[in-house]
Design a binder for this molecule. Structure first.
Ligand code: SF4
Length: 373
């Protein structure tokens, strides 16, 4: 049996082993019966961007695609809210908040769809797509890592988009919604281990492909509106960089191209008050170090002698969905009764249409875009 290390579970493991033990699919596999939030605006923005950057529609009239993306956003918000209403009472305040967030999301996306075509100097190859990489053994070249139980170890995750630029260099793109606060700190992006691990894993998943780096695409929900960011229809087509070779977006969708050039600069930041793009080249040494770290952590996570302990802190515990059973464990009372009353076991993972192992449509010209709702 393969051992699966999921990107988000690896993050949880390093934050708090006890929270990971409650929720990880390979551990106790519990999730709360009641969702923590009635809806997730960021999820709906991601769904809209997955349609905006859908490779099969990349050469379509952007005005038309904008309509599909907006429809995807509305469907996602509605679907999430309906799912919450199916298991919880919706208050008037929650309903008003949902309406306000739908309006805020629409304003943000209108501005983004007016801005992005002028700066999207790339062609999307995949959107919102999963990867599954066998973890190599860092001590023995050419061999995969073997878990203490004897099976292989897979590292799985998802990237918001894989894009190729005018020089045939591939980039992993990550969309982030900034709410209330500041842009992400540059060091935070340089150290973003999920993004670096995604680059490392994609090169194993698509053998022979080289990833040049990451593009962190931030959308600021609370940025003040300025006249030059006002929504406008009939936006111009993407322009290549001044010295870029001819921009053949259709041909560029295929995988396994070799980059003509990878930028020398480590970091390039572009954008305005509402949107910020941070492009970071990732070195071979950086990806190799990430691979060794994933292997070390994978061996620890799958070890039969693993010690599970809590790591309480305000930052860890405030968003944690397992506070009640955690406190019960601390007090020596029966956490299992709480888990059975307020949580559910997810059971085996389902293959979702369009996800890894479940792709039923082409991503190329004429392809059917994903549906939300
Ligand atoms: S409440 Fe805090 S210590 Fe307990 S499982 Fe959650 S994150 Fe860990």
């Amino acid at each position: 049996m393969p051992e699966i290390i999921r990107a988000h579970e690896r993050t949880t493991f390093k934050r708090c082993r006890r929270a990971w033990d409650f929720g990880a699919r390979s551990r106790r596999n519990y999730e709360p019966l009641m969702p923590a939030k009635a809806f997730d605006l960021e999820r709906a923005v991601h769904d809209a961007l997955a349609l905006w950057y859908f490779p099969g529609m990349w050469e379509w009239d952007r005005t038309l695609v904008r309509g599909f993306a907006m429809e995807g956003f509305h469907k996602s918000m509605r679907k999430q809210f309906d799912a919450y209403a199916a298991v919880a009472d919706v208050s008037e305040a929650q309903d008003e908040e949902w309406q306000a967030q739908v309006e805020a999301g629409v304003r943000l996306l209108e501005r983004y769809f007016a801005w992005a075509p002028g700066v999207d100097a790339f062609s999307p190859v995949r959107v919102d797509t999963d990867f599954d990489a066998n973890v190599p053994d860092p001590t023995t070249m050419g061999l995969d890592l073997v878990a203490p139980g004897g099976g292989p170890i897979h590292y799985q995750g998802r990237v918001d988009a894989l894009v190729v630029d005018a020089y045939d260099a591939y980039w992993v793109m990550d969309h982030r919604l900034v709410v209330g606060g500041e842009w992400a700190n540059l060091n935070q992006l340089l150290l973003d281990e999920q993004a670096i691990a995604a680059c490392w894993a994609w090169e194993i998943f698509y053998y022979g492909m080289k990833i040049a780096g990451t593009i962190h695409n931030e959308l600021h929900l609370d940025a003040p509106e300025t006249p030059d960011q006002a929504p406008k229809m009939g936006v111009p087509a993407p322009e290549p960089e001044a010295d870029a070779p001819p921009y053949d977006v259709v041909g560029r969708r295929r995988l396994y191209m070799e980059a003509v050039r990878i930028p020398d600069e480590r970091v390039k930041v572009t954008g305005n008050e509402a949107f910020r793009r941070t492009r970071i080249t990732r070195t071979r040494a950086e990806l190799a170090a990430c691979g060794r770290q994933v292997a070390d952590e994978a061996l620890e996570m799958t070890s039969q002698g693993l010690i599970v302990y809590p790591s309480p802190s305000v930052a860890n515990c405030a968003p944690c969905p397992y506070r009640d059973p955690c406190i019960a464990l601390n007090m020596g009372t029966d956490e299992q009764a709480i888990l059975e009353a307020e949580y559910r076991n997810r059971g085996p993972e389902e293959i979702v249409e369009g996800r890894l192992g479940g792709v039923t449509w082409s991503m190329n010209r004429g392809a059917r875009p994903p549906k939300f709702g």
